[in-house]
Design a protein around this ligand. Structure first.
Ligand SMILES: [Zn+2]
Length: 192
């Protein structure tokens, strides 16, 4: 009997590029195809309230399970699940890499979304490492708020009342994201 191979797709890009939208699109299709899907997101992401759903900026939704740490995924995922979706990977830390490797060794199809870069253009752990080990990387761009070109960055343009280190998965930081204003920016407009 042939071993079921795992498959990893990473959907990465800046804010407002439609990462969650793309994840929801894929898991909805899989559900129609009678695949068993489980989707997880960090419970520090409270932008849309604590409801157990994924929400895209464009208004699509899909049921999800809230997790406190990447390792919770291995506890919650069931044997008969075919596809594991993981949203907002940039808030789950380096521990997510080993979790994804375990899921792949179990033959699961794993779809991860995350910010490739922080708002100050630094690689956002663990997303770049996941992109390197992926079977497929879907790199999305947003639309530059200033000129309308493709934007691979997002920039913090407003005042933040909390600590400014986006590399820290600090719940207080995420909870206060609404105090910050981010804009998608292209390379040419980054310094504008
Ligand atoms: Zn621009």
């Amino acid at each position: 009997m042939k071993t079921k191979l795992g498959y990893l797709e990473v959907i990465a890009g800046p804010m407002y590029c439609g990462k969650t939208e793309e994840l929801i699109r894929q898991v909805k299709r899989a559900t129609i195809g009678k695949k068993k899907v489980q989707v997880f997101k960090p419970d520090i992401d409270i932008r849309y309230g604590r409801a157990k759903k994924l929400y895209s900026h464009a208004g699509l939704t899909f049921d999800s399970e809230m997790i406190k740490s990447a390792k919770d995924i291995l506890t919650l995922v069931t044997k008969d699940t075919d596809i594991v979706g993981i949203d907002e990977a940039q808030h789950m830390g380096e521990g997510l890499i080993a979790v994804v490797e375990t899921l792949l060794s179990q033959g699961k199809q794993v779809i991860v979304t995350g910010l490739a870069l922080t708002f100050d253009r630094q690689p956002f752990t663990p997303v770049p490492a996941l992109m390197a080990m992926a079977d497929k990387v879907t790199k999305l761009s947003a639309i530059c708020m200033l000129c309308g070109s493709d934007a691979v960055y997002h920039k913090r343009v407003g005042i933040v009342k909390t600590k400014a280190n986006a590399l820290e998965p600090d719940p207080a930081f995420v909870a206060k994201l609404d105090d910050a204003v981010f804009e998608a920016r292209c390379r040419a407009c980054w310094d504008a």
